[in-house]
Design a protein around this ligand. Structure first.
Ligand code: NMX
Ligand code: MLT
Length: 439
């Protein structure tokens, strides 16, 4: 069977030809007109990034190479004996646009496991950090330091031709994805558990099988399946979200994939982006404490929501920069719960469900957010919490393991397509005023 790298090598020329034709025949065609509101409003809706593997529709949510989440669940191979999408099969699909066979997926799992051990100096670096340092700060540091072995950086220094960059970016992408579980598990063990008993990477396990094992939850098959699903469907969310957009920008300077993804992780660590899954749990537990588990009703939740909003805070897990309906990732994670009686009986999961029954109305009445519906973070943490992974400051690290799939895929493609350094034009406030009033 063909490897991922061989398959990728075969699909690259057609995309290169498509890009060349676009450049030659349509370079000056306008894509849209930019408004003042977009320039001063976080660039919302400006179409300006080439990102091939996924597109976000405001109403339908994410599609990966044209497939919705349920369609991916139908065709992308799970683990032997499992049901949920393996992140390896999602990675293959994102990279190539082709659905891998079960054998190809297993080969990729093996390749990742073979690359998965951490170099000693990374272990020493992570072990030297204070346990009070946020797990996301530690993750970014570890990822950046892994560039000590960057194949891309070495190739650049040795004068490799631009047309070959993608192959070295690919090597870094695969090694980084392979090492994220051991790096992330080491951070978890150092901060919250005993690291001395961390198992080594098992060459016969898939990426998440190893991750769950190293975290200390390998015996929990349901949690392992949940992590597979979570990591696969969080893997990419088109190119405009803050972490994807950051990795694309930093990668465009020919900074190597490790440094580019470290930068992305620090965007993910903001509470309006990936840190929201930590915030949702903190907020839901504060709600439970304040109201008292026995007094949770739609009315008491409604009052708590209003208190949050009136104190000027956002309701974490709700709203979105693009989505205008419930996030299909939220729905997929809820469906995972719906098939398991233990999850349905969990007080935290019930609280999340009950909050969902009230929050959209409250947010609509509040009248500020353009989208009163839940995003993925509203659901992702409560299942981890139920299964005993209760240290919610760690949750964004799992998001960080996942988002590498999409960000690193696009770094490889950006090099394959020879995309230039990004350098948009900025405007001063006076410039914008002049443009606005002269029209
Ligand atoms: N609770 C309260 N207010 C909100 C919320 C919310 N959940 N969402 C948006 N708003 C406010 C927003 O702060 C803004 O207020 P102001 O005019 O005072 O600045 C107003 O509504 C308009 O915002 P929108 O245009 O609807 O949203 P925007 O595109 O600017 O921001 C988010 C999108 C996701 C940053 C925003 O909805 C939010 O802060 N949500 C809560 C945090 C969250 O769940 N983030 C996770 C996103 C998903 N992820 O994984 O990254
Ligand atoms: C994401 O997954 O990146 C978030 O939903 C945020 C976004 O798409 O803007």
């Amino acid at each position: 069977t063909k490897s991922l790298k061989q398959t990728l090598g075969e699909v690259i020329p057609a995309k290169q030809a498509q890009l060349k034709k676009l450049k030659a025949e349509h370079a000056s065609k306008p894509v849209q007109q930019t408004t003042v509101e977009q320039v001063i409003g976080g660039m919302r809706g400006i179409r300006s990034i080439l990102w091939d593997a996924s597109v976000l529709d405001p109403n339908e949510g994410i599609r990966f190479h044209g497939l919705s989440i349920p369609e991916c669940q139908d065709v992308l191979p799970p683990a032997p004996g499992g049901k949920e999408i393996l992140p390896e099969s999602m990675l293959w699909f994102l990279m190539t646009g082709q659905v891998p066979t079960a054998d190809q997926t297993r080969e990729l799992s093996r390749e990742l496991a073979e690359r998965g051990e951490l170099p000693k100096y990374i272990e020493q670096l992570i072990d030297s950090l204070p346990p009070t340092l946020h797990p996301m700060t530690q993750l970014g540091m570890g990822v950046a330091a892994l560039n000590h072995e960057s194949a891309f950086q070495k190739a650049y220094e040795s004068g490799v031709k631009k047309t070959e960059y993608w192959a070295y970016a690919y090597e870094d992408a695969l090694t980084l994805i392979a090492r994220l579980p051991s790096l992330s598990a080491r951070i978890y063990r150092n901060i919250y558990r005993d690291r001395s008993s961390t198992p080594a990477v098992d060459k016969n396990l898939d990426l998440v099988g190893n991750y769950a094992n190293m975290l200390g939850f390998g015996d929990n098959k349901d949690l392992t399946e949940y992590l597979r699903l979570y990591i696969a469907i969080h893997g990419d969310h088109e190119g405009g979200n803050a972490s994807a957009h950051t990795s694309h920008l930093v990668g465009s300077t020919l900074s190597d994939p490790y440094l580019s993804y470290a930068a992305a992780l620090y965007a993910l660590a903001g509470p309006l982006h990936g840190l929201a899954n930590q915030e949702v749990l903190r907020w839901q537990l504060a709600m439970q404490d304040e109201i008292g588990a026995e007094n949770i009703t739609h009315d008491t939740i409604r009052e708590f929501l209003w208190r949050t909003l009136k104190s000027g805070q956002v309701v974490p897990g709700y709203g979105h920069g693009v989505l205008r309906k419930s996030d299909p990732r939220f729905i997929a994670l809820q469906q995972f719960c719906d098939t398991r009686p233990d999850l349905l009986a969990s007080p935290t999961i019930q609280l999340v469900k009950k909050t969902f029954e009230v929050a959209p109305d409250v947010l609509t009445e509040h009248g500020k957010t353009k989208n009163p519906w839940p995003n993925v973070d509203a659901a992702s943490g409560c299942v981890l919490y139920h299964y005993g992974l209760r240290e919610f400051k760690y949750y964004t690290v799992i998001f960080g393991v996942s988002r590498a799939l999409g960000c690193l895929t696009q770094i490889v493609w950006a090099r394959a397509l020879g995309l230039p350094i990004e350098r948009p034009k900025s405007l001063s406030l006076n410039d914008i005023e002049k443009i606005a009033t002269s029209a």
